[in-house]
Ligand binder design. Structure first.
Ligand SMILES: NC(=O)c1ccc[n+]([C@@H]2O[C@H](COP(=O)([O-])OP(=O)(O)OC[C@H]3O[C@@H](n4cnc5c(N)ncnc54)[C@H](OP(=O)(O)O)[C@@H]3O)[C@@H](O)[C@H]2O)c1
Length: 344
């Protein structure tokens, strides 16, 4: 018997991608349920060659559901994930609500799949922030090879990271510029069309933004608490895929050739690095793909044992939905979760 899987937030950017990825990868589900807010009840979403009618999360009984892929925002997760977990359904949560809870594993399967064992404490597993996921996929093999001391990262994050309304805002502002209509900014603090905004999520007391803090805290939790990391997170007028300029300082020397070889052999990473016009990956090309792409690998001679590189991945896939489905696959493949008997 296969699993019964619910996708909460199924009408959203990440939820739709989750349904696609479950179907594409042939996840062993007997039944998939699409859940969203009351506003969406009865609307239809695609699942492979089927369509599913959306049900309301608030009225759904999880007692015979095995896995809930939760992608409905932090407040909804805080309210519902503990209740769902208490009903014996494992929640894989995309929001930041439980990421820093020591009783909740924060998992990127290529990096720390073994940490998943702790999920039974709350029946909740957290998926990292989109910028963290791709970063740690690229950093892990380099850390294993030469031990990372310090990372300086600047992100170039697409608007889809802020949800479907944010994508609409980039589209409508871009149109408004061309037809000379007034520009309305609701989702972003300043105009995003033909602009970049060095501010994602709220400001913290030390001057960093919460998005930057998330990348720093999550990298430590997933990869190694000893790594020092500083981040500048920037929103750019790109629809899908986040890019990152990454500078790394290692304990031991590592050449560009060694780093390239290590990255070429790493799970989830594709190196495209030709040192010529177009010989690197841009967000447009990474959209719809599963890999974390690494390009522009070069020595940084201003520090001891320094390297810089460019890293791009589809934030809705590796940054969210794909990583969540891969976590579910770890549960299944390691036999950590048996399908419940169907309720009579
Ligand atoms: N986008 C990314 O790159 C990314 C990456 C990592 C993590 N995440 C996280 O994933 C989550 C979803 O992001 P998104 O980009 O998919 O957002 P989105 O496009 O705005 O979609 C939000 C989803 O949540 C549902 N929802 C809202 N309020 C609800 C409620 N009270 N009860 C049930 N469902 C409710 C919405 O349903 P309705 O259509 O009915 O309103 C919709 O399906 C967020 O926590 C986000 O931080 C996103």
């Amino acid at each position: 018997m296969g699993y019964k899987v619910a996708v909460a937030g199924a009408t959203g950017n990440v939820g739709r991608e989750m349904l696609d990825i479950l179907a594409e990868r042939g996840f062993p589900a007997d039944e998939v349920i699409a859940l969203a807010s009351r506003r969406s009840v009865g609307t239809e979403v695609s699942f492979g060659d089927k369509t599913l009618k959306v049900k309301a999360l608030e009225n759904y009984d999880f007692s015979d559901t095995d896995i809930c892929l939760m992608s409905a925002g932090g407040e909804v997760s805080k309210q519902w994930s503990p209740k769902i977990g208490a009903q014996g359904c494992v929640v894989i949560d995309n929001s930041s609500a439980f990421r820093y809870d020591s009783d909740v594993p924060l998992i990127v399967p290529e990096v720390n799949a073994d940490a998943i064992a702790g999920f039974t404490k709350k029946n909740i597993i957290a998926n990292p922030n989109c910028s963290t996921a791709q970063l740690v996929v690229a950093l892990k093999p380099l850390h294993d090879a030469a031990t990372i001391k310090r990372v300086v990262v600047a992100t170039y994050q697409s608007v889809s990271g802020a949800g479907k309304d944010a994508m609409d805002e980039l589209f409508s502002q871009t149109r408004a510029v061309f037809v000379s209509d007034p520009i309305e900014a609701k989702k972003f603090p300043k105009r995003i069309a033909f602009n970049v905004i060095p501010h994602i999520d709220v400001f913290m007391e030390d001057g960093y933004t919460k998005e930057e803090w998330k990348v720093m805290a999550e990298t430590k939790k997933i990869l190694d608490p000893k790594i020092k990391l500083t981040c500048t997170a920037v929103r750019v007028p790109v629809f899908v895929s986040h890019s990152e300029a990454v500078n790394v300082e290692f304990e031991r020397p590592i050449t560009v050739e060694e780093a390239t070889e290590v990255l070429r052999n790493a799970p989830g990473v594709l190196v495209v690095d030709k040192r010529e016009a177009g010989g690197y990956i841009t967000p447009y090309e990474a959209a719809g793909e599963d890999a974390t792409y690494v390009s522009r690998i070069r020595e940084d001679a201003t520090v001891e044992n320094g390297l810089s590189f460019w890293c791009v991945s589809d934030n809705l896939r590796k940054g969210a939905a794909l990583n969540a489905v891969q976590i579910a696959e770890v549960l299944v493949n390691r036999k950590l979760l048996k399908p419940k008997q169907k309720a009579a």
